[in-house]
Ligand binder design. Sequence first.
Ligand SMILES: Cc1cc2nc3c(=O)[nH]c(=O)nc-3n(C[C@H](O)[C@H](O)[C@H](O)COP(=O)(O)O)c2cc1C
Length: 171
Amino acid sequence: MDAYLTVVSKREVREYAPREIEPDAERRILEAGRVAGSSKNRQARRFVIVRDEGVREEVASCVYAGDHVRGAALVVAIVVGGKGPTAFDAGRAAQNMMLAASNDGIGSCPNGIAEADRLREALEHAEEERVATVLTFGYPVRSRRDPQSLAPEEWVRRADRRPYREIVKEI
Ligand SMILES: Cc1cc2nc3c(=O)[nH]c(=O)nc-3n(C[C@H](O)[C@H](O)[C@H](O)COP(=O)(O)O)c2cc1C
């Protein structure tokens, strides 16, 4: 798929079809995150795939929208630690993963964390680390999310975003 179309058609998908993600597609998602750039190439982030059903329920109870986690085909927590702009670096990895998924027709959504301490226990990460976000992935229930269904300009026009002139300034 055209890279610009992939980028501008990306919308969060919160409801997932009961369909597994193929291992190759899953690998592409994780590799897309792994190759994302980072400050000083520190790569101070890890990706935790939550496969265990019990841990998944724990994670679901620690994010704001637990049903995204319960319904997802793939759940990935981005764990960061150390110095530098870790939130920015996590964001770059997260968006890379979500765009790679989208390119394979797979939807995704970042999930905000409501209970960081309990989440640390569930994922067993170190005290000096934290979870930047929990990404949920799965094939969309609704076909109108198909990026190819609209031209890039139309995806841009329909986006629920502040106007160009408000966001972009020239000096
Ligand atoms: C750090 C972060 C946390 C988010 N947490 C949630 C969340 O808990 N639940 C949710 O439905 N969406 C969550 N989102 C998704 C935003 O709501 C979404 O990016 C925004 O509404 C734009 O959606 P759209 O691209 O589908 O228009 C989160 C996004 C970010 C960046």
